[in-house]
Design a protein around this ligand. Structure first.
Ligand SMILES: CC(C)(COP(=O)(O)OP(=O)(O)OC[C@H]1O[C@@H](n2cnc3c(N)ncnc32)[C@H](O)[C@@H]1OP(=O)(O)O)[C@@H](O)C(=O)NCCC(=O)NCCS
Length: 165
């Protein structure tokens, strides 16, 4: 399977296609862990991002993505951090199940892009699932403080940061 990794920003020529793909297939790619309103919010605020896509092999009637030419395999979006010009926030990262190392690859691309744009640190807000913070820790992110989820006020999010210089 041939996979395209596309870097994007609000000025990208194909930004409308990318947004459509992510909004339409995002929940599936995010393994139904993240809903379309959060996905759309991350797109509204994004300053740059990356997506992995592959051409649809067939358009089976039962496929939830049959009317698109592209199958989205993963994506990540970043937004600036108003309080610190050296830091960029990773708003969202999702990778389809069974795409070996896809999440890790997307993180690597995001880190390279952030470095090229002059950022020195990446910060993210991890959902409280232990497997997720362990995954980020394996990629070099360090746990910081815990904050309540702004939406529910109860779920905790863990801030995690990585120096990238
Ligand atoms: C985070 C994510 C991008 C990582 O993608 P990936 O590189 O393909 O990695 P995987 O999901 O396959 O696996 C990461 C590890 O977490 C484990 N894991 C994944 N989902 C899990 C779950 N629901 N419960 C327990 N463990 C889980 C895997 O077994 C794996 O552990 P291992 O490395 O020890 O085998 C991907 O899990 C994802 O899209 N998750 C849903 C959306 C999400 O939660 N995004 C992060 C928001 S903070």
């Amino acid at each position: 399977m041939e996979i395209d990794y596309d870097y994007f920003s609000p000025a990208s020529t194909d930004i409308a296609l990318y947004k459509k793909l992510i909004k339409k297939q995002g929940e599936l790619v995010c393994r139904d862990q993240i809903y379309v309103d959060i996905i759309s919010k991350s797109l509204r605020q994004h300053s740059f991002g990356v997506l992995a896509k592959t051409r649809q092999a067939s358009t089976g009637r039962n496929s939830p993505i049959s009317d698109d030419k592209w199958s989205l395999l993963g994506f990540a979006t970043c937004e600036p951090f108003d309080d610190d010009m050296d830091t960029v926030i990773l708003s969202l990262i999702c990778a389809r199940k069974n795409q070996k190392e896809m999440g890790k690859d997307l993180m690597g691309i995001i880190e390279d892009q952030a470095r090229q744009l002059g950022y020195k640190k990446i910060q993210l807000f991890s959902l409280p699932e232990p497997h997720l913070s362990r995954w980020y820790e394996r990629l070099g992110y360090k746990k910081g403080y815990v904050i309540p989820d702004y939406k529910t006020g109860t779920n905790k999010l863990v801030t995690m940061t990585k120096k990238i210089f």
